[in-house]
Write a protein that binds this ligand. Structure first.
Ligand code: KG4
Ligand code: ZN
Length: 340
């Protein structure tokens, strides 16, 4: 079975084709980052309109790269939530209409299930059960995964998502957009120990996260310096301290989750999973404590069509499909998904 995947939940247009026998045949991605950079964040209406412009050409490019025709597609998977509703509707309308025209089944995929299953696209994929740390711009969660669709929430953020904290802090420090990679680049040359930073919610039991206090701490620290002292060097040191705090906080909660569940495998996915310091810290912990740590390749940590094609393939091949509705939901709890 050959599944076309479409991702348009935020500011990336992604298309991919996954084949049950031959694996990932092709994937194509267009990032709107440059367009939104001017505004310092994603402008939903601009995002929707740009998906309209880019999706069909990208789809044709992806089919050409895969060496197949539209008629070779056996099913269509599109992100149906959570995300920006206008952006989601673009992918959902195109995906559903294409499936209807081709007479093949379609399925609406949960964006976070896409992230969660993305490490399975790699060679030597992790085996079930595992613990998943999902860290993106909109979500931060620890999930116990028994199998595809069987997800138990172990902990999540009570306020800002990890990626959101990166984005807001980068904006505060004048590092630009998209914040995560910009802040990480600045932190590379900074001194993480120059200023003390809190490790939020690590002094009490539990697996929930909170990043808004850390964000406020960072703002207060930055603003405690008079304007003429807010140099690039200061920004780099604060960025480094902030990043270390997020990395150590996430790593501590992962260690706790691994000990509590007793599972031998941890996977990390979502945009912040592209952070090299986080990957290093989690790998080190895995080696020390004897559990396997897996990630998608960097380009499949952030939003992409491949993870949607793959998750959609799992569900379509498992016999699931949706009726002829175009389904898009801005909110959609991961635990509402059914197991295969
Ligand atoms: O998964 P994703 O592409 O989109 C959502 O589903 O939200 O994640 C985007 C988030 C953004 O907040 C971005 O700043 C962050 O991931 N991000 C990073 C890095 N690359 C992307 N954060 C820290 N370090 C990075 N290298
Ligand atoms: Zn995402």
């Amino acid at each position: 079975m050959r599944v076309l995947g479409i991702e348009t939940s935020c500011d990336e247009t992604g298309v991919a084709i996954y084949d049950g026998r031959d694996g990932l045949l092709a994937h194509a991605l267009y990032s709107q980052a440059e367009i939104h950079a001017e505004y310092g964040g994603v402008v939903p209406e601009i995002a929707s309109r740009d998906h309209v412009r880019k999706l069909l050409p990208l789809l044709d490019q992806c089919l050409a790269d895969a060496g197949c025709a539209r008629a070779d597609i056996d099913g269509v998977a599109y992100t149906s939530g959570p995300g920006l509703i206008g952006a989601l509707l673009v992918g959902a309308s195109v995906g559903r209409s294409l499936a209807l025209a081709l007479g093949v089944p379609a399925i609406g995929v949960h964006h976070m299930e896409g992230h969660l299953l993305a490490p399975l696209l790699e060679e030597a994929p992790p085996s079930f059960p595992f613990v998943a740390l999902l860290v993106s711009g909109g979500h931060t969660m620890l999930v116990e995964v028994e199998k595809v669709g069987s997800y138990r929430m172990l902990g999540e953020t009570l306020d800002d998502a990890a990626g959101e904290a990166f984005d807001k802090t980068a904006k505060l420090l004048g590092l630009g957009y998209p914040g995560g990679p910009k802040l990480a680049a600045a932190a590379e040359a900074g001194d993480p120990d120059r200023f003390p930073f809190p490790r939020p919610m690590t002094d009490r039991p539990g697996l929930d996260f909170s990043f808004s206090g850390l964000k406020t701490h960072t703002r207060t620290l930055w603003e405690s310096h008079p304007a003429d002292e807010r140099t690039a060097e200061l920004a780099r040191d604060i960025a480094a301290g902030f990043q270390l705090s997020v990395v150590e906080t996430l790593a501590l909660k992962c260690r706790r989750a691994m000990k509590e569940t007793g599972h031998g495998s941890l996977i990390v996915s979502g945009g912040v999973g592209a952070n090299l310091e986080l990957r290093k810290a989690l790998r080190r912990d895995g080696e020390r404590h004897g559990w396997a740590v897996s990630y998608p390749r960097i380009e499949f940590c952030t939003d992409n069509g491949a993870m949607i094609a793959f998750a959609g393939y799992q569900r379509l091949a498992g016999g699931q499909k949706q009726d002829e509705a175009i389904s898009a939901r801005s909110r959609w709890p991961l635990e509402e998904l059914n197991a295969l």
